[in-house]
Structure formats: structure tokens, C-alpha cells
Design a protein around this ligand. Structure first.
Ligand code: FES
Length: 543
């Protein structure tokens, strides 16, 4: 390879796990950025080795990237174990890549630093700022309602994603990179820098330099990932109006670190945490505006009273030290505690006979009139059934109905795709209605909005109560009381349960067979049971 022994002898070997791929638009700049990381590693006296890993590209991977999050986590862990790495730089950003890389690195527990891909620049259409995901859903509904033309739709497609970087709304990507920063796994301020900004390259090089020092200091994820750092991450996710997907990912990440984080922690922290980031889909602005307004460090400084400032971060300082002095430069984008967009309850965990193990909803993303709503179910057996009938003029549905989608969970779909924002039926849209109560065992894109009850557990496919809902049943949603009830008597429910037939196994071989045997439910993080914290895996013998 052209290296002399003096190039690597006695130096920390830094494995750079790069999820660049031609098929991932969010990571197009990683081919260049990895050179910036290497430059930093060389400058600090390390030896960089780039290790490509599978990418998880939201727009293109089917049925869903979530099916493969744990596979990338396994690949990351085993790359770091089987090659002679002393430390790791993790390059990701498109939704599932962030938790996957961190889960793998946590289990391996080598010194590790994450390079967030950074958000795209704002979209722009006819002078209006466009946000990825959120404006797709918005204008798709307008197209179906006939208020914009097919040509408008194509024009929007041309200019909504106009630079490298991940989705620039507060979707799952921005949520998870921000969570990674709060956990102490990035350099301070890294998560908010737009991918196209020269400061992103600067951050990548600085990461390369820092990881070499972290190896000498033996600063590992186990020193950073604590009960307190996860509570800080959950609080921050709530204050930025983060994606509901973060619930699943943070639970899985915490379990890898041996920490029991659960739905009740999200619920209790949501009761006291205000929404400070005025970003779509919950607010107005986009990640580029957030960066110019001071970024995550400035927001965390405003949130300081609700954080534990003593948690250690990758630069060797505490979170409190890293955010001290960070200034808000636009107080409409980053609000203070007194000017919060929403005072509390940006997330609610629902329970009831329809979701014994929990379900979630983002109350600020729903029209307030729907926070307390009882309506008759319109049931779809699966996604194909929904797609075939949702716009049928004969569908017995109106704006008071409750749309129910079954078999969209971790096993049922499989992979728990982002189908939870069911489309509003065309005949309801045409009346000017833009929100209805929707219930499923699916996830929802972090860029989505609406009165969508998600992550219903246990899922329908394994015989959770969602499987027994029938057309016309009354369903009661009461967000203030945190209740989700199917108003059907116990006797009738028992009769339906007895008549229910479990579906046949979906995969006979391969990764799919491994997945269905070991995947956990949404409230447990959807990790594989055998990957959660356990005894240490030995280093390979070298012969
Ligand atoms: Fe990659 Fe949205 S498509 S983050």
C-alpha cells in the first residue's frame, strides 16, 4: 500500500467507518469529508484507515431502512473488533445511520467520535423556503386536493434538496445527530453545521485530531453514556421538537450501554420540558436558520436548568462547560424558557386496552380539537389494503372517523416503516380537512405531522389488541389523560382474540429469518435481543 513502518508503527490506528454511497444523497460529501478526517488524524500522529460500511438511505432502501439498522450496528461492531482499530470515527447522518453506528461502537466500546453529516441548505420554491419531508407531505396533500398542478409538484421536487446533507427539518436525522452531540459523542456544536458550510470540513478535521488524543486518554463510550447523559439527550430531543423515532433509537442505544431507558422516562421528562426550537415540522424555520441562530449549544444553554451539566463529553469537558457562553442570535428561532413555543408535553405516551405496552403521539403536531376525540374506526388490514381503498369514494369515512392501519410494526410490515401518517382520504381532503386521528403500529417520519398515534405495542402481527379492531368500533383518544381505548367489551374482545389466526412466518432464511426471530417491540427499542448489553465479547486471537 506504500506505507513505511514509520508511517504507522506506534501510532493509534483510527478506523473511519464511512457510510458514503452513490445511493445516499445525504452523504454525497462524505467522499471528501473522509479526507478531512484523515488529514486531522495524520496531523495528530494517528494512522487513519477508512472502512466503508453499508449505507441506510431513507429514500431508496425498501421496505425500510429500519429493517437494517441493527445490521449496520452489527457490521460496525464487528469491523471494529476484527480489524486492528484503536479508535473509531463514525460518519453518518441519514436517519438510521446515526443510531446504528453508535449502537455498534457502544457495544465494542473503543474510543469513538461521531461526524454528523450536517443538514442540507434550505429548499427554495418560488421564493418560499421548503423543508424536506414536511413540505413533501404538505404539497402531496395539496396535489391530491387539486390546489397545485403536476408541474408545480415536479418543480418542488427539483428544488427541495439542493445541497449535500441530511433532511434540514427537525426530522429524525437532525434529532439523532443532536442527541449524539448531547450524549457527548461529537465535538461541541458539530450537529448543527450545514453540510455545505466550510466549517463542516473544519469540524471533520478537528474530529480526526481529537480521536487520536481520545485513544491516548482511553476515553471510551462507556465513560460518556450514563443515565444522566441519556436523560439529557431525551430532554434535548423534547426541547428541539425531535422525531418520535428518537424514542425507539435512544431506548436501543441506552440498552447497549446497559442503561434501562423506557417510555415512562420520555413521558415524565416531557411533562416538564418546553419546546424551544422553532423548527419544522413543529415550528417555522429550518436547520440552516437554527445554525445561524446559534445552533444546539445556544439552545442547550437556554435549557440549562433542566440538564445535568456535569456529564462528560468527548472533548474531555463537561456538557455544562461546552455550552457556557453559547449565545442565541435570533430569539424567534431559538426561544427562551419564557417564550417557549409549547410549555410542556411535546410528546405523550398513551396506554389503554388498545396499547397495553404503550403508544406515542406528538400533541403539538396534531390539531388541538383532536386531542380529545372519540370516533368510529375505519380499518385497513395492511398498507396495500390502505393504498387500494383510501381514496375510494365509497369508503365509509368522514372527518370524525379514526383511521386504523394494522400490520405495519416491527414484524408485521416488516421493519416498522414510516407509514404512520396515513393519508387523509380524498373525499375528506376536499372538504378542507387536513387532520384526522390515525392509529397504527408503524413509525412516522420525523418530518411528518398530524394526530397520528404511533408505535402501538404489542403490534397487530403478533396478536396485539390492534389486530382485533373492526370497522365501526368506537375508539377513544384522550391525550390529556394519556388514554387510548377501544370501546369494545372484554367478552367480545376475548371472542375476537380466540378467533385470530397468527400469520405464517415471513422469511424462511437469511437476514430476514434472523430479524424475525430476534427483533424486540417498539417500546423495547427494536434491537435484536442478543445484541443488548450482556457479557463482553472477546477480542479475536491473533495467530
Ligand atoms: Fe437522509 Fe432524510 S433522506 S435524512
Amino acid at each position: 500500500m506504500g506505507f513505511d513502518r514509520s508511517d504507522y508503527g506506534g501510532k493509534p490506528v483510527i478506523a473511519i467507518i464511512n457510510t458514503w454511497s452513490d445511493i445516499n444523497p445525504c452523504h454525497t460529501h462524505f467522499k471528501q469529508r473522509v479526507e478531512d478526517v484523515k488529514r486531522g488524524v495524520w496531523a495528530a500522529g494517528g494512522f487513519p484507515v477508512e472502512l466503508p460500511a453499508m449505507t441506510l438511505s431513507e429514500p431508496f432502501q425498501k421496505p425500510t431502512t429500519m429493517l437494517y439498522r441493527n445490521l449496520l450496528a452489527m457490521e460496525t461492531e464487528e469491523l471494529l473488533r476484527s480489524y486492528p482499530a484503536d479508535g473509531a470515527v463514525l460518519m453518518g447522518g441519514c436517519d438510521k445511520t446515526t443510531p446504528a453506528l453508535i449502537m455498534g461502537a457502544t457495544s465494542m466500546n473503543l474510543p469513538a467520535l461521531f461526524v454528523p453529516a450536517g443538514p442540507m441548505l434550505r429548499g427554495n420554491w418560488g421564493g418560499a423556503a421548503l423543508g424536506s419531508g414536511s413540505d413533501v407531505w404538505k404539497y402531496w396533500a395539496e396535489l391530491r386536493a387539486g390546489t397545485i398542478t403536476e408541474q408545480d409538484w415536479q418543480d418542488i421536487e427539483q428544488c427541495i434538496a439542493r445541497s449535500p446533507g441530511h433532511c434540514m427539518t427537525m426530522g429524525t436525522a437532525s434529532t439523532m445527530t443532536s442527541a449524539a452531540e448531547v450524549l457527548g459523542l461529537t465535538l461541541p456544536g458539530a450537529a448543527s453545521i450545514p453540510a455545505a458550510d466550510s466549517r463542516h470540513a473544519l469540524m471533520a478535521a478537528a474530529t480526526g485530531k481529537r480521536i487520536v488524543a481520545m485513544v491516548w486518554e482511553d476515553l471510551k463510550p462507556s465513560a460518556l453514556l450514563t443515565d444522566a447523559s441519556f436523560r439529557n439527550a431525551v430532554t434535548a430531543v423534547l426541547a428541539i421538537g425531535g422525531s418520535t423515532n428518537a424514542i425507539i433509537h435512544l431506548i436501543a442505544m441506552a440498552r447497549r450501554a446497559g442503561i434501562r431507558l423506557g417510555l415512562d422516562d420520555f413521558e415524565s421528562l416531557a411533562r416538564r420540558t418546553p419546546l424551544l426550537a422553532n423548527l419544522r415540522p413543529a415550528g417555522t424555520y429550518l436547520m440552516e436558520d437554527f445554525y445561524y441562530a446559534g445552533g444546539l449549544r445556544a439552545l442547550l444553554n437556554n435549557l440549562r436548568d433542566l440538564l445535568d451539566p456535569g456529564t462528560l463529553t468527548a472533548n474531555g469537558r463537561t456538557l455544562g462547560e461546552n455550552i457556557t457562553g453559547a449565545r442565541v442570535l435570533n430569539d424567534d428561532v431559538i426561544r427562551g424558557m419564557e417564550t417557549a413555543l409549547v410549555g410542556s408535553d411535546t410528546l405523550a405516551v398513551l396506554r389503554g386496552n388498545l396499547a397495553p405496552d404503550g403508544a406515542v403521539i406528538k400533541p403539538p403536531a396534531a390539531e388541538p380539537r383532536l386531542h380529545r376525540h372519540t370516533g368510529r374506526a375505519v380499518v385497513f388490514a395492511d398498507y396495500n389494503d390502505m393504498a387500494a381503498r383510501i381514496d375510494d369514494p365509497g369508503l365509509p369515512v368522514d372527518q370524525t372517523s379514526v383511521l386504523v392501519l394494522k400490520n405495519a410494526g416491527p414484524l408485521g410490515a416488516p421493519g416498522m416503516p414510516e407509514w404512520g401518517q396515513l393519508p387523509i382520504p380524498k373525499k375528506v381532503l376536499e372538504k378542507g380537512v387536513r387532520d384526522m386521528v390515525r392509529i397504527s403500529d408503524a413509525r412516522m417520519s420525523g418530518t411528518s405531522y398530524g394526530a397520528c398515534v404511533l408505535h402501538v405495542a404489542p403490534e397487530a402481527y403478533i396478536g396485539g389488541p390492534l389486530a382485533f379492531v373492526q370497522d365501526g368500533d368506537l375508539i377513544e383518544l384522550d391525550v390529556p389523560a394519556r388514554r387510548l381505548m377501544l370501546q369494545v367489551g372484554d367478552e367480545e374482545l376475548a371472542r375476537r382474540r380466540a378467533a385470530w389466526q397468527p400469520p405464517p412466518p415471513r422469511y424462511a432464511r437469511g437476514y430476514g429469518a434472523l430479524y424475525v426471530r430476534h427483533i424486540t417491540q417498539a417500546n423495547e427499542g427494536c434491537d435484536f435481543d442478543f445484541l443488548e448489553a450482556g457479557g463482553p465479547t472477546p477480542e479475536p486471537e491473533i495467530h
